[in-house]
Design a protein around this ligand. Structure first.
Ligand SMILES: NC(=O)c1ccc[n+]([C@@H]2O[C@H](COP(=O)([O-])OP(=O)(O)OC[C@H]3O[C@@H](n4cnc5c(N)ncnc54)[C@H](O)[C@@H]3O)[C@@H](O)[C@H]2O)c1
Length: 342
């Protein structure tokens, strides 16, 4: 089969010919139907510090995908051929103490699909059965391909109360855009956002944001005073930009929560920690998806609450056109790009 792979310790990716993967104990073989590109794939393409320190070529990349199970290993009893599933990218040891204590999302044994082990940017993938999450037929396949990323947004949004609350989302990349739709679906009173890209701002309007401010060109203190005079009950930081962190601490209400999903280019950030203490803020780091609580919440939102994130899907292309897809993402001219494997 053909697969998109990192073949050398250098920038770029290639399509290579590899044997179809074979079942191992505890795994399922999936006929991949759709996959979705993520910022991590760009890091791998660019061969930045993080990816060059972590990935051992040759590696089939891709951690967001969906498809139909073709075969299951003899010891797998809770998945069967014909099940339609989506990938969870964090592969953990199910016997580890972290996982058994309900801390699978921060499990110290975690390996990442498409990074530490072969992923799903190929017509067939073999992954642990528990990482193949059943998806109801009500969920469109394009959306099913990106549930790993949507789960990041569900985890961040549902980290605290939303109904009737005034929320600020900083950064409208795909995950921020998902968060807008989720906050609306869960009955937030107001969903405000900040974003610097006009393209992404338009997607934010399409996703249902009430107002979107541009920190580079707008008078933020005046606009926040006008539109959110009582401040924000929660700030969901999804830009990874230091000024958003400052904004969050300045404008989150006393007793409010700041949920930090965005990753910063520099590990160390200077923040007004005393302000956070005197305001009694709850500041939470968010990583991945809770295994499996976030997945249950996400399927409930999609299947029972009619969560619609179709506004975030902007492109679909054959996987052989991955180079075009990556360059489109790099220009910031995309929400989510779906790859097909027909
Ligand atoms: N914690 C986790 O588990 C996890 C998982 C996936 C991604 N992430 C991180 O979450 C963040 C969001 O992911 P994404 O895929 O949506 O990323 P993205 O890079 O596509 O989106 C970030 C958005 O923030 C905007 N932005 C940049 N500077 C800004 C500013 N000063 N104010 C407002 N907006 C600004 C950008 O224009 C962009 O639209 C990224 O930092 C990513 O690295 C974290």
């Amino acid at each position: 089969m053909k697969a998109i792979a990192k073949t050398q310790a250098a920038p770029g990716l290639e399509i290579i010919e590899v044997p179809e993967p074979t079942l191992q104990p505890g795994t399922v073989k999936i006929r991949v139907e759709r996959a979705s590109l993520c910022g991590t794939d760009l890091h791998i393409y660019d061969w930045d510090d993080w990816s060059s320190n972590r990935i051992k070529p040759t590696r089939i990349i891709g951690h967001e995908f969906c498809g139909t199970i073709l075969e299951v290993a003899p010891d797998v009893t809770d998945r069967k051929p014909g099940d339609f599933v989506a990938s969870e990218s964090h592969v953990v040891d199910p016997t580890s103490p972290d996982y058994l204590n309900g801390l699978g999302h921060v499990d110290r044994t975690t390996q990442l699909l498409g990074v530490d082990i072969d992923g799903g940017f190929a017509p067939y993938a073999v992954i642990p059965a528990m990482n193949a999450r059943p998806v109801p037929t009500s969920v469109p396949k394009d959306v099913a391909s990106m549930l790993d990323a949507l789960g990041n947004a569900v985890h961040t949004v549902m980290d605290g109360p939303i109904e009737g609350k005034t929320i600020l989302i900083t950064g409208l990349g795909p995950i921020g855009l998902f968060a807008v739709a989720i906050c609306k679906c869960l009955g937030a009173k107001n969903v405000f956002a900040t974003e610097i890209s006009p393209y992404r701002t338009q997607l934010g309007i399409n996703a249902g944001a009430d107002l979107i401010f541009n920190p580079l060109t707008d008078d933020i203190p005046a606009l926040f005073a006008e539109h959110a005079p009582n401040g924000f009950d929660a700030v969901l930081e999804m830009s990874g930009h230091p000024t958003s962190l400052e904004l969050a601490i300045n404008y989150c209400n006393p007793g409010g929560r700041i949920s930090l999903l965005g990753l910063y280019a520099q590990n160390r950030q200077t923040i007004d920690i005393n302000k956070a203490i005197f305001k009694g803020l709850s500041i939470h780091g968010i990583i991945g998806r809770r295994l499996w609580e976030t997945w249950d919440q996400m399927i409930w939102l999609l299947d029972q609450k009619n969560l619609d994130v179709s506004a975030v899907v902007t492109h679909q292309m054959p996987f052989t056109e991955y180079e075009t897809a990556i360059q489109t993402m790099k220009r910031g001219e995309a929400g989510k790009i779906v790859l097909t494997f027909d």
